[in-house]
Every structure is written in C-alpha cells, then in structure tokens.
Design a protein around this ligand. Sequence first.
Ligand code: FES
Length: 483
Amino acid sequence: MLLNKFAKRDYSLVSTGRSAVALDDELIEEKVEGTWWSPDISRQELKALMKRSDGPALMHFGLWILLLIISGYLAVLSWGTWWAIPAFFIFGTIYSSSDARWHECGHGTPFKTRWLNEFFYHLSSFMTLREAYLWRWSHARHHTDTIIVMQDPEIQVMRPADLLKILLDFFDLRSGPPEVMRIIRHALGRPDVNVRTFVPESVRQKMYWSSRVYVAIFIAFGIWSYAIGSFLPMMFIGLPRFYGGWLHQLLGLTQHAGLAENTRDHRKNTRTVYINPVFRYLYMNMNYHLEHHVIPMVPYHALPKLHKAIVAQTPVPYTSLWQVYKEMIPALIKQAYEDPDYHIDRPLPAPAVTELPVQERVNGKNGYQPATEKAQAIAGNWVEVCTVDDLDEEDVIGFEHNGKKYAVYRLLGDNYYASDGLCTHEKVALAGGLVLDGCIECPMHNGRFDVTTGKAVKPPVHEDLRTYPAERRGDKVFINIPD
Ligand code: FES
C-alpha cells in the first residue's frame, strides 16, 4: 500500500552539469535575468524588521538550555521505570528542536554577536545530526533555488511522494541513517559527487575535521554505554534526534510538501501556518516560512511582524496544522499513486504584484537605486552617486555606472565606503542588504563583507569584494572608479 508504482525521478544535483559554487558567465546572466516574487515593503520598515539584538535570543536560548537540563534530569531519574517513556519523549522533543536552532543560527540572524550565532550553530548542528559546514552550504543552495528540481539539495518530499519515507521520518529513520553515514564518510575525507557541487574545496577540510569530532563523540558515548552495560548515555547523544524527531517532522512537512516545484515564486512553493505558542517557541517561528524565504535577513522573532506587513500580498495563511494536513495528505497520496505532477495550487491575491529581476527580489527594489543618468564623472575619476540625504547612517545604496553595479555605504557619521555591487558568492545585489557593525550582510544567504576592506568575514562568502574610495563633497557622495 505504501509503495508507489511510479519510477523515482532524478533529483540529483550533478545531472545539470553545473557547479553551485563557481558560477560561470552564462549562469550569472541567467540568474540576473531570472525573476522571483518580491513583496512591496518600504526600506525603512524592512530595516526596522531586520534589526539585530542579542536580548531576545539570549532569553530564548537560555530557556531552551534550561528546559533541556530539567527534562534531561527527570529522564535520568525515571530510567528503569515506566516514567522513562514520557520523560524521554519530552526530552527528545526539546532536544530535536535543535533542528530549528541549527537553521536560524545558520542564517546568522538570531544574535547580534557573531560568536554567539556560531556557538549555537555548531552545538545545534551536532545535536540535530547535520554536520555544520556541509549544511551551511547546502542550505545556501536551498535558498537560491527553493524546490527547483536538480538544483535544490533539500527537497524534503520528492516525487512521486514516498509515503513510507515520510512516515518513517517522524522518527528520522529514513533521513537520519544516511546522514550519519555521510558524517562517517566525510570523517574519512570522501564527499560524494552531489556534495562536491555545493561545498567549495576551500571548506572541505573543515567539514572533514568537524565530521571527525562528531564521530569521536559518538564513539566515546558508545564505549561509555558498553562499559556500564546500559545505553542510557546514548539516550542523550545521537538517539534523541530519532526517538524525539516527531515534532520536527510534523512541522517541517508544512514548509513545502505538496506545493509546486520549479516556480520562482515562494508564494507557490512555501507555506505559512499559524500554530500554538509552544510549538512556535520550539520551532523558532519557522511556521512563518514563506516570510522567511522571501526575506531571510529578518530574524525569527520579527517574522510575525513581517507577516503582518505583507500578508495582503500573499496567499491566505493556513489557520492550523489540521488545515494544512487536511489538504496535504490527499495531495501526497495523489502524487504517490495517481499523478506525480499534481501539486496544490495556492491562489494569489489580486492585484498581481510586479515581479522583479532576481537581484532585486530580496528587497532590492527598496535598496537598489540605479543612478546612471544622474552620475557625472569629474576630474580624477570621481563620480557622483547621490546626495548625503539619500543615504542614511548605517545603510547602503546601489549605484550603476557604465553598466556596472556598485554598492555605496555610509557608516556612523560621515564615513563613506564603496565596493562592487554584486556579492562574490552568487552575484546578488548587495544594495538590498543590511549594514551591521561595519559589515554588509548579503540579502540572499546572509554572508558578510567588511565594507571598509571588502574582506569576506562570514560564510557562505569566501571571496573578498573589490572596494573603491568614497567620500563626501559638499552635500554629495562621490566614489572613485578607475578607468
Ligand atoms: S549570494 Fe550568497 S551570500 Fe551573497
């Protein structure tokens, strides 16, 4: 009954013959011309939503650690009794919500302080069995090509839908073991061909060493369990992601399952659903998944506000998990047994919103301001960009000159800097990004560059930006562009 009759489709990344890491000229051109839907929201409103601070996340993660300690302690006390079943069920559920924390910290948005993001990113990656370096790159690709077949490495429900896999993954039994095998494989320094398409060569040594640490911890806990003749230690490392994985699967399926493939409109391939406050806490507001995909720079705690700001432009949100599953289960059954091409069509609100070029889709139309006509070259290659009033403190503006894009930054006071306008990772316009602590954060995958030097300081960017002198002259901002 659970086996489907249709042949499996090819979702591998290598068949395209393209590298997700190194974009050739043809692919860059294709991306530039591509379209994605982008919401209509003012730059000012967006900047307020993107604002970072440590406070909310410190309280959030502090509570999470406390819940882990309390539930873990009760689980130890209950070991050997029937109370162990509910106790480990609760502990495992909280432990497995590390998956939402891996995700958020991977974007680098919950904390303002970078090392806090990194610390919790590595901790929760280990807990959820997603090796940190590998999954950072995998997830960047997922955001570039969400549910695009043969380009997105994170399509959860491939077609024809495999219902047995979906059910087994409520305990991570189909996705977990291959993931563990992949960690072991990487510990041996042997990435498979798909992984090579999105993890750059320069990052692979870190991925291998990180995998070795994971394997060493698993072995240590295995030996400990063997030595004391009880698998209690393993109930706290590795196994919780399996026996406590149900909630992650229940919520995770709502993100994209049953919706359209191969569309460049997140409203068609991603859901937002209202859920109860406990689930929302454990899931870090990822139920606002459409909003997260549309503007990944907005931290988890501001997603409800972003939702309110753009809800009139998106399909009607689902009001409960029940409403999602009532529609999704029949759709997945249909995909499995009748028509693998079938998908749920989400009606869009009228009037249709103008689609924008891909570089402007992530709020680019609010931050990018081609200024070709206004630009005037004067002596010494200094070119006028804008007036001082056009550029707020700690902000960025896009500028185009002779067909080339630039980004011009203003830090606190009258400190101006300029760089190439496109991110070195996947050529997205930096003018749609966020200026934060002297860095520009790319709107697509949250990579960061130091605006004063162009240095790449946060993955997935790893190639520096070219910079240009910039300065204020009277009430105008100029940059120096060499011939
Ligand atoms: S395009 Fe990926 S970080 Fe900029």
